[in-house]
Design a protein around this ligand. Sequence first.
Ligand SMILES: [Ca+2]
Length: 426
Amino acid sequence: MARIPRLPAMIVGGLLMATGGCAPGEARVAESPTPPARPTAPTPAAEPAVAESFEEWRETFRARALAQGIRGDVFDSAFAGVGVNAKVLELDAFQPEFTKPIWEYLDTAVSDTRVANGQAKAALHANTLSRIGATYGVDTRYVVAIWGLESAYGANFGSIPVVESLATLAYEGRRRSFGEEQLIAALKIIQAGDIAAERMVGSWAGAMGHTQFIPTSFLAYAVDFTGDGRRDVWASDPADALASTANYLAKFGWRKGAPVVAEVVLPAGFDYLMADGSTKRDGSAWAALGLAAAGGGAIPSGEATLIVPAGANGPAFLAYHNFNVIKRYNNATSYAMAVSMLGDAIEGRGRGVVQAWPRGDRPLSRSETQELQTLLTALGYDTKGVDGIVGPNSRTAIRSFQRAKGLVPDGYVSQALLDAVRAAGG
Ligand SMILES: [Ca+2]
């Protein structure tokens, strides 16, 4: 899958989600319920408006593409009939006022239908998955889960010509440098003979095939598992796409058989400053602090961080190494939770989340979040910007505010928090 910055609304597994997403290493949505990002896209930076026509841009870009090794005939053939795609620009410009809370996201991401369809697909492709698991050393139920979330198991992986969507983004819009980098990569894929330009379709932002690789991720991680000489992640046979996804997880350090995430119950009076998503302890050390496995039994061993995606009034989880590997695919806690839960459910191992989500909570709107950031910064808790998106800097500021006011420092954004900040701001 690709990594796209702030995806507007995207269809993931047939779900319309308010967007999220960010580049690897960019922890922006770490605890936010915003959904999928795709592997590898930059943050949309403000880029200068274009004064040139699309045709003028295409000619200057053609020279840059040829300088990077693209053949003239490949370029001209791939660009035949390509123009600015208005739908792509519309989706690129869209910024949702509301994002789904994590529990609503998980309800749809791990629905009974998606679990049942995943079980059917896992059975249908059992032999291929077994070979993929052995070749790449991954637990293939999570590969199937990624497939289910990214394209509803191939039912919907986008139909926009990739050269056109990326040319549109490279020509104008909020992510021109991303668009151009991906477009060069797409042309390299075409030139390599993996796919004909007319079959190369994807999402509005260039995420391609069953598991939605953006072109640079394709170049780095896609594999030919069927042995026909082509890395075909669009084919009705999903073998190449699934193997490519397994390869992606393997390259980012997947540990086969190791835990992904474990729900835990916290003891009374627990210090929520430890639930910052970065404090690491072994499972046994967390147990020594009074944590218990939510479903009974022992807490899995292995180094883990503690996360409370819905704050102190929601469930708590230990996130292990493999959880962070999944986040390299898509840097959102909600996404990694969904992959874990869906994969386990497909193999009949899942029991869902035991503790209750705070389903009565209403997420703050984008403008309310901006107000929160403005007020916190004015009070001396610097959120390092007012963008309406709760990232790591905002979490840190919120925790500092909560601690100073004698509130539980869980970093959770809620209406109650906004009320408290408004009251403090006088
Ligand atoms: Ca192949």
